[in-house]
Design a protein around this ligand. Structure first.
Ligand SMILES: *Cc1c(COP(=O)(O)O)cnc(C)c1O
Length: 360
């Protein structure tokens, strides 16, 4: 191997689905596959999750919904578009058979008119404390008091989104739960969905009819830290291009950001920020090589990264180094770079050559 390689383990994805399903018990799992399946490939992950039993999915953008419908072929999945019925999106939503998650009274109106004399399926987003998208409780109450506005809509689902589910003790969780229960009661015929990955682990009160996990399916811990129940799905590896000895007092890489305080054996990897390793991974970041963590030395550049292999005989050109994977969990790599697994995963959509393990 001569370049960085991103391995996607679909059996690990399936195992994470099974773990979340066991936790969610009777609730349906409707995976979030937005941002191209958190960078891993929306069609690829959705097809495998379909085989594992998933029948509903969430994307953010209209264009993601259209692409996912195509990728799923004749599988009759429910595809929910979180942006909702944005201006001008109606005909495309209908044509691709997508379900908008209606976020505001104007969106409800637009989708109701789009139905013409017929009926269109809709999900409704009620805001319970995040204050990004969704109807406020008063708006939902206005809506259900004048049923004319919903005359041509089959509201099959009411959703809301948790702001602090990764912090079980945060008081906003219980507040959002109460507000959601109250708002959903306005739509008695609709199924209910509140929990993301972290919400699944908040207990049965948060599960309702459907949970919407994303990051934990793809190997991120639901609480932004490594979780032994969740398996690594993405592994980023790169070969060593060159091994060199840097004398004491000399620096490595751009900006001379690292100076060797001792004679240091350095391996230079065929991997850089163009392959998904964040530039902010140095100086705190590590890689995994020959059974141990090795520190990054100097700046991550576009194509190259230097690591410390002092006292490591296995370092030679061609040897493979793990940058993210089972030995270097995505949450730890993300923390070293000052971000979360979410951002790290979506940034993996770079140059690295992709290899898929397990049945696609
Ligand atoms: C992204 C998203 C999810 C999935 O969240 P994770 O934290 O990745 O599990 C669920 N619901 C909504 C509305 C989202 O935007």
């Amino acid at each position: 191997m001569t370049e960085a390689r991103l391995t996607l383990d679909l059996d690990a994805l399936a195992a994470n689905y099974a773990t979340l399903k066991a936790e969610a018990r009777d609730a349906e799992l409707a995976p979030a596959v937005k941002a191209d399946g958190y960078g891993l490939g929306a069609g690829l992950v959705a097809r495998r999750l379909w085989d594992e039993g998933a029948r509903a999915f969430y994307v953010a953008r209209l264009s993601e919904g259209v692409a996912l419908r195509k990728a799923l072929g004749d599988r009759e999945a429910k595809i929910h578009v979180l942006d909702g019925a944005t201006p001008g999106s109606g005909p495309t939503l209908v044509q691709a058979g997508l379900i908008p998650v209606l976020n505001s009274l104007p969106q409800v109106e637009a989708w109701n008119s789009q139905a013409g004399k017929g009926v269109l399926e809709a999900a409704i987003h009620v805001d319970t404390g995040m204050n990004r998208l969704g109807l406020r409780h008063e708006e939902a109450a206005v809506l259900t008091a004048s049923m004319d506005r919903l005359k041509h809509l089959d509201v099959s689902l009411v959703i809301s989104h948790l702001a602090c589910a990764g912090e079980p003790e945060h008081p906003l969780n219980a507040r959002q739960l109460t507000r959601f229960t109250d708002a959903a009661a306005l739509f008695p015929g609709a199924r209910r969905s509140l929990a993301n990955s972290a919400g699944v682990f908040l207990g049965g009160d948060y599960h309702f009819d459907q949970c919407r996990p994303g990051v934990a399916l793809y190997g991120g811990g639901p609480r932004d830290v490594t979780d032994a129940r969740i398996k690594a799905v993405a592994t980023l590896e790169a070969p060593i291009l060159q091994v060199r000895v840097v004398p004491r007092g000399e620096s490595i890489g751009y900006g001379a950001a690292f100076t060797a305080s001792e004679t240091t054996r350095v391996a230079v990897l065929a991997c850089g920020y163009a392959d998904g390793v964040l530039r902010s991974s140095s100086p705190a970041g590590h890689v995994w090589f020959d059974g141990a963590r090795r520190r990054l030395l100097g700046r991550v550049s576009m194509d190259l990264i230097a690591i410390d292999v002092t006292d490591c005989d296995a370092a030679r050109p061609g040897a493979l180094v793990e940058l993210i994977g089972p030995n270097l969990p995505v949450d730890e790599a993300a923390a070293a770079a000052g971000t979360t697994a979410y951002e790290l995963l979506v940034r993996l959509a770079g140059r690295a050559r992709r290899v898929v393990l397990g049945e696609a």
